[in-house]
Design a protein around this ligand. Structure first.
Ligand code: MCN
Ligand code: CUM
Length: 792
């Protein structure tokens, strides 16, 4: 880890401590669970013990009779309010509370509102639900069988579990290239179901004021404005009568993009009782019922010449979407951004087909630091390249170097239609190999292999696509993806910046202030960043797909430039010179050729609020707004090298070292970027080695606590070694690209490739994540495990 070299506040980009940490390290953050309102009641959710069952009856009378219970909400209550079903962000519908059937274990069946949390929990036990169990569909591969029970029989005319077929690329041309290729390497692989597991679970405090009719919702959301619009559309409450406040968030990682039934129930509870209602889920509830990611069964093929020139990639995917997620995510493509599976390589052709299916699992496929399926795409192509290297007997670094896109090819349109904005990939791979001292590592590996030791070196090279983005790629509820920014400079030159995005730990209060500082020369300490409150911030779709820097960051730069232009008009009036005679240097306008004659931004701000006479039509004060509609996504990229040791007796993997060179264009705060990368690398180690949401045959969820669903700690992680290259995005006002998900997307393949490189002498070509000791041990004996069904 790099030390903070310059702890003093820079007047713009550079390392600086995070402003928000002043409250976080003192335990002074305000999270949803810290919100306490007078007369507040508490809600609890009754959940299904079955993965698939018909609901015969629900008798809530005993719970209703509990002296501390104020309301019991069931699907029938919601039906009478026309709220039984809610749209998911992915254009499907989900039962808020089950009425006809339960479709996954942990599904919401009833909601109790009581005077305290304990009473609410106790009363859940008093609700008598009669179930008629049905066979559960857990294995996506079996969901399409003719005799598989139909999970979504609530949808009229549905006779099976098939949701969609989606394809991209040119099939005919790809098949031709494959037919003519010297070599075709084929590999099936599973990206298992995983969960983001943020430190803070999800929750809501809903307060419907019966007098004003205004609904205030404190909620754990990465996208407050999207939630408000959805509440308005679903509940029919006028949008201006809804205020969504997303206070401090204890991690999101995609878990807090969607709306969950508990949120809606808290709102309904408040409407029914006329009191504020708090609902906070516990850890098991979070792990069982909220957004899952991945669950992609992939069949990949890669075609090449004998010399190792990669020609084409062909893929078939079976996507397990769980019970309620008809399409993958809030995007026009049902398979999300999986279309970037061509990776970082100069291919002649590519084609992929994705089939989505329902299973009796919690709604899946949404998000986990993933850029919506890019994680799966990168993993697939980076495993395929290694499998090809294995088959051809080539060094995986050399094979990548020969096939990476070259700098002169940018902007590059991929064979599936994505326009990569900028990059010098070979330079970044070279930087990573140098950082790792690759040749020396290989030499050491050879020596160790002679001693019977299993040392592995794994590589990955990833291209991300972040900053949703143009409507071509993405929309939620038909809303498009522009984000707003408002900047107000006060008379004394201090400023407030209002943004539609929402930080879950990424440090927005610091970095967005730094963008204004860079543009206007106001110290970041003098700029307050306001976000997470729909009453106080302009509309925008929030934080996911690492879009805050690409979209809100761009909006911030543009709004600051607008203020600078306004400041120029004021300065010209103050100095009584033409605007054309003024020149900007950070923090002041001065007269060309006379550096002494100038006004700094603080003087200009005061004058802008005075009776200074401004030109006809120019308003006073120093404010501006901007709505930024990004012309393209940004495409950060990186090269990773992972070194592992595998215990030949137990299959236990130790990550010895990890070298990561990330390119996210211009870095606003390199310290924060490095923190983002550290977190993502830990995620990658977790997914590669231990994280999986497994189920048994009956649909029992086997990962309901951190004893079973394993997260990496510092003990499993090495001391990360980071490097950087900087290729600015040509279309972003400050040349920045997003970085928040890069390392999660890029690192699993490096870890898996390293483990498989270690066991290569034993003839192991592939094994599926997570490479827990049992999986590695079995693979070493030629007996690969189906990890999502077998490992708990
Ligand atoms: N940054 C920078 N220079 C760049 C790019 C980014 O200084 N060139 C800074 C940004 O200004 C911001 C941070 O790095 O402070 C991350 O920026 P960005 O890549 O724009 O990502 P977002 O802010 O949109 O965050 C979302 C992203 C996602 S989608 C997930 S999931 C994830 C991630 O961020 N969840 C996180 N990182 C997380 N980090 C924490 N601590 N907690 C989460 O829940
Ligand atoms: Cu894909 S997880 Mo993030 O986009 O919130």
């Amino acid at each position: 880890m790099t030390a903070v070299e310059n702890p003093e506040t820079p007047m713009g980009f550079g390392r600086m401590h995070r402003k928000e940490d002043v409250r976080f390290v003192r335990g002074k953050g305000t999270y949803v669970d810290d919100v306490a309102l007078p007369g507040m009641l508490h809600g609890a959710v009754l959940r299904s013990p079955h993965a698939h069952a018909r609901i015969v009856s629900i008798d809530a009378s005993a719970a209703e009779a509990h002296p501390k219970v104020r309301a019991v909400v069931t699907g029938a209550t919601l039906e009478s309010l026309n709220l039984a079903w809610m749209p998911t962000l992915s254009h499907d519908v989900q039962a808020v509370l089950a009425t006809d059937k339960v479709r996954f274990q942990g599904q919401e069946v009833a909601f109790v509102v009581a005077e305290d949390r304990y009473a609410a929990r106790d009363a859940l036990e008093l609700i008598d639900v009669e179930y008629e169990p049905l066979p559960a569909v857990i294995d996506a591969k079996k969901s399409l069988a003719d005799d598989a029970p139909v999970i979504r029989d609530d949808i009229e005319g549905r006779t099976g579990n098939h949701i969609f077929d989606w394809e991209t690329g040119d099939k005919e041309h790809t098949d031709e290239v494959f037919a003519a290729a010297d070599v075709v390497a084929v590999q099936d692989m599973l990206y298992p179901r995983v969960h983001p597991a943020p430190l803070e679970t999800c929750g809501t405090v809903a307060d419907m004021d019966p007098v004003t009719g205004k609904l205030t919702v404190w909620t754990t959301t990465q996208a407050p404005h999207a939630h408000r619009t959805l509440y308005a559309l679903v509940a029919g409450i006028p949008e201006h009568k809804i205020r969504v406040i997303s206070p401090d968030i204890g991690g999101g990682f995609g878990n807090k993009v969607g709306i969950y039934p508990g949120y809606v129930c808290a709102v309904v509870g408040s409407i029914l009782t006329g009191k504020p209602v708090k609902w906070m889920e516990d850890r098991s509830e979070n792990l069982m019922s909220t957004s899952f990611a991945r669950d992609y069964h992939m069949h990949g093929e890669i075609a090449a010449t004998r010399e190792g020139r990669i020609l084409a990639v062909r893929v078939k995917v079976l996507a397990d979407h769980g019970a309620f997620n008809g399409t993958a995510q809030p995007t026009k493509f049902p398979a999300g951004f999986f279309g970037v599976f061509t990776g970082s390589y100069d291919l002649m052709a590519a084609h992929c087909e994705v089939t989505g299916v329902y299973t009796n699992k919690a709604p899946g496929g949404v998000a986990y630091a993933c850029s919506f399926r890019i994680t799966e795409a990168v993993y697939l192509v980076e495993r395929l390249v290694d499998v090809l290297a294995y088959d051809l007997g080539l060094d995986p670094a050399e094979l990548r170097m020969r096939n990476l896109l070259r700098p002169e090819q940018f902007p590059y349109e991929s064979k599936t239609g994505w326009v990569y904005d900028s990059g010098d990939y070979p330079a970044t791979l070279r930087a990573a190999l140098d950082l790792a001292d690759y040749d020396e590592l290989r030499a050491q590996q050879a020596r160790r292999r002679e001693r019977g030791e299993l040392m592995g070196i794994g590589l990955s090279f990833f291209t991300e696509a972040v900053g949703a983005g143009p409507r071509k790629h993405m929309d939620i509820l038909g809303l498009g993806m522009a984000d707003g920014a408002e900047l107000r400079v006060h008379p004394t030159g201090k400023a407030v910046l209002r943004l539609s995005c929402q930080s879950q730990g990424q440090g927005h209060e610091t970095t967005f202030a730094q963008i204004v500082a860079e543009e206007l020369g106001i110290s970041p300490d003098d700029i307050d960043v306001v976000h997470g409150d729909t009453d106080q911030t302009p509309f925008g779709l929030g934080t996911y797909g690492s879009r805050s820097t690409p979209v809100s960051g761009a909006a911030t730069a543009v709004v600051a430039r607008k203020v600078r232009d306004r400041a120029k008009i004021v300065a010209s009036a103050m100095l009584e010179v033409s605007e054309d005679d003024l020149e900007w240097e950070k923090g002041r306008w001065f007269v060309k050729g006379d550096r002494q004659a100038g006004r700094d931004i603080q003087e200009i701000a005061l004058a802008a609020h005075s009776d200074l006479e401004l030109p006809e039509g120019v308003e006073g004060h120093l404010d501006a707004t901007c709505v930024y509609n990004p012309p393209n996504l940004t495409y950060p990229f990186g090269a990773y090298v992972c070194v592992v040791d595998v215990d030949p007796g137990t299959g236990q993997v130790t990550v010895r070292s990890f070298f990561a060179v990330d390119d996210c264009g211009v870095r606003i705060n390199p310290m924060i970027v490095e923190g983002q990368v550290h977190g993502g690398l830990a995620d990658g180690v977790g997914m590669a080695l231990m994280q999986v949401m497994a189920f048994d045959e009956d649909g029992n969820h086997l990962g309901g606590s951190f004893m079973d669903y394993l997260l990496p700690t510092s003990l499993e992680c090495p001391s990360w070694r980071l490097g950087e290259t900087v290729t600015p995005s040509p279309h972003h006002p400050i040349g920045a690209k997003g970085v928040g998900e890069s390392a999660t997307v890029g690192s699993p393949a490096a870890v898996v490739n390293a483990v498989l490189d270690a066991v290569k002498p034993l003839g192991v070509r592939h094994a599926d994540m997570p490479l827990a000791p049992a999986a590695v041990w079995s693979a070493m004996r030629g007996n690969p495990l189906r990890t999502d069904l077998a490992i708990t």
